[in-house]
Design a protein around this ligand. Sequence first.
Ligand code: AMP
Length: 253
Amino acid sequence: MNDTHDRTAWLKGGESHCVHPPRTVSRPWKLALLGPPGVGKGTQAQLLAQRLGACHLSTGDVFRAAKSCDETELTPALATAMDRMRSGELVDDDLVLQMIYERRQCLNCRGGFLLDGFPRTVVQAETLERFLNWENLALDAVVNYDLELDEIVERLAGRRSCSGCKAVTHVSELSPPALDRCKVCGEKLVQREDDRPEAIRVRMKVYQESAAPLADFYRQRRVLVSIVAKGSAAEICDRTVAALEGVTAGRPG
Ligand code: AMP
């Protein structure tokens, strides 16, 4: 299945609608992906979107899309959010939750959804539960990706994305003389501002403070599925799909 649906409703919010929404699938999965920055949640979300037909809903992508707006178009709250993002800190719960509320139609997406980067705090998780309850929905599973700290820092510091086609690569996959050029389209590769070493340190600290309470929240609801994020992206995706096969009627097997 190709991931041909767009994400206009998610990225723009409000009254926006997708031109190519996901097709109706027999099992519209409602998933959230947890795990430290750099563990590969975004890559897994893209692969899982193709395998399961669900829409990839990343809060980080919404903020990055807002970043490319003209500065004068940003509300003061959004401008503060951009500053926090640059330094690696979390954006305030109120703003994130308002953003999700404005995009609540996406929770009813007919292909299902994969939340990536949300929720990040227990307050966000509680509010998401309330939003889903209003719609008579519940998460089928919360996938928690796990990886050792050293490996995470190495992955993040070497991550580059293409300024043209947005493909993500790692410096270890590049060879001279094209060390700063995208292998797909040849445009310049850039480093995300929050992948700089000082921002990585802040992001890891922030993650470690919020991770355990969030995992406990979902463990208590018996929806937490833990996956070791070692190996290739395809192997991790296979592992995830196999684990999800054991999940029935909103309960991990
Ligand atoms: P990500 O792409 O998920 O790593 O998100 C990039 C940055 O966006 C994070 O470091 C935060 O500054 C901000 N962000 C994304 N999602 C959230 C969230 N759910 N709560 C707070 N801040 C967020």
